[in-house]
Design a protein around this ligand. Structure first.
Ligand code: MG
Length: 162
């Protein structure tokens, strides 16, 4: 019997404030802003973690890692992703692919895409071609377009290996 692949979606938004740069997929992005956050503010890793948790039918990242818990203050968001990947493997599943959209007005993300893909593939222990990163501006309108926020959307497919 074949078991159907399961899809999950993840979304995260962080407010931006003047600062020294952004962290996206564990990659330092040069910027004049930072993401306001309890953890390290890596919206991409948060969205990807939630996509994988969603595919598994697990509670979301905010339930697993509350933003008022002292142990999550400034926490490396790759910890959250590693936890989700651990649950995935424990369930006898593996990653199909991940597709990501970064919504940010400035700076342009294009130069950082290869490094983000590489870093994420390394974290997920999967081939590079299973990770895709797209980027969009907010067209100058709304919280994204006026530089008040960054948002990231992610979709993940999880395959049942049994
Ligand atoms: Mg977040």
């Amino acid at each position: 019997m074949t078991v159907a692949p399961r899809i999950g979606i993840g979304y995260d938004l962080h407010r931006l404030a003047p600062g020294q740069g952004l962290l996206l997929g564990g990659v330092r992005v040069r910027a004049v802003v930072r993401a306001v956050a309890h953890s390290d503010g890596d919206a991409l890793l948060h969205a990807v973690t939630d996509a994988i948790l969603g595919a598994l039918g697990e509670p979301d990242i905010g339930e697993l890692f509350p933003d008022n818990a002292p142990e999550n203050r400034g926490r490396d968001s790759s910890d959250f992703l590693r936890h989700a990947l651990g649950l995935m493997r424990k369930a006898g599943c593996s990653l199909g692919n991940i597709d990501i959209i970064i919504e940010l007005q400035q700076p342009k993300i294009q130069p950082y895409k290869p490094q983000i893909r590489k870093n994420l593939a390394s974290l997920c222990a999967c081939d590079l071609d299973r990770i895709n990163v797209k980027a969009k501006t907010g067209e100058g309108v709304g919280p994204i377009g006026t530089g008040q926020a960054i948002a990231v959307r992610a979709a993940a497919i999880v395959l049942n290996d049994e």
